[in-house]
Ligand binder design. Structure first.
Ligand code: ADP
Ligand code: MG
Length: 189
């Protein structure tokens, strides 16, 4: 649900001049939501503070306004809710939360490494959404590091296989916007 969004940022509020290596045309192209229509995926990769969540939220809001159903979650929250549901025999029902929406945003893949059983739950979501809906995720880890994130190379490869078959990958390599003012303050001393 959109009420779960961490904030309501738009692309108009994103300062492309601060992130010169990111091509604004690429993001504006994504904002046409053709990838959502095509049930394709989007991965936003990069270090903290470059605006991955900002752009994911902006696209989610745009998709919602365009009439698509959208659900926003962090990977950790999704895994916690699925694990809890599984423990009381309600996994299938809880999975629907993540399978039903046209657009599922999974924020913060890679901040916490997962146990095998948790990684398996993620695989179920990704494989069941494959070619049925758009999955939009953000990660501070490159795909090569996903084996470590999911605790298992075979499982990570299986997840990436489904995810990347139809997927735009946008790597944002640049400075953290969160540190912008702080660094300016230090420079000015
Ligand atoms: P990430 O998810 O990559 O760690 P966020 O999207 O949470 O980063 O961005 C951190 C904060 O900085 C947010 O408040 C976001 O709106 C803002 N921000 C990041 N990049 C930009 C930018 N280029 N222009 C304007 N605000 C930005
Ligand atoms: Mg983020």
């Amino acid at each position: 649900r959109l009420s779960k969004l961490p904030h309501h940022k738009t692309l108009d509020e994103y300062d492309f001049a601060f992130q010169p290596e990111l091509d604004p045309r690429k993001i504006r192209d994504l904002a046409t939501l053709a990838f959502v229509q095509a049930k394709a995926n989007l991965a936003l990769l990069g270090p903290p503070g470059v605006g991955k969540t900002h752009i994911a939220v902006a696209l989610a809001v745009a998709a919602c306004r365009a009439g698509f159903t959208v659900y926003f979650t962090s990977l950790d929250d999704m895994v916690r809710h699925l694990t809890a549901a599984d423990a009381i025999g309600r996994l299938a029902r809880k999975l629907h939360t993540y399978l039903r929406p046209n657009v599922l945003v999974i924020d913060e893949v890679g901040y916490q490494p997962l146990e095998r059983a948790q990684a398996n739950l993620v695989f179920q979501v990704i494989s069941k959404r494959y070619e049925k809906g758009s999955t939009l995720l953000t990660s501070n880890k490159s795909f090569g590091e996903w084996g470590g994130v999911f605790g298992d190379e075979v499982l990570a490869t299986a997840i990436l296989d489904r995810l990347l078959h139809h997927c735009d990958v946008v790597a944002i390599n640049g400075p953290s916007y969160r540190l912008k003012n702080r660094l300016t303050a230090i420079d000015g001393q």
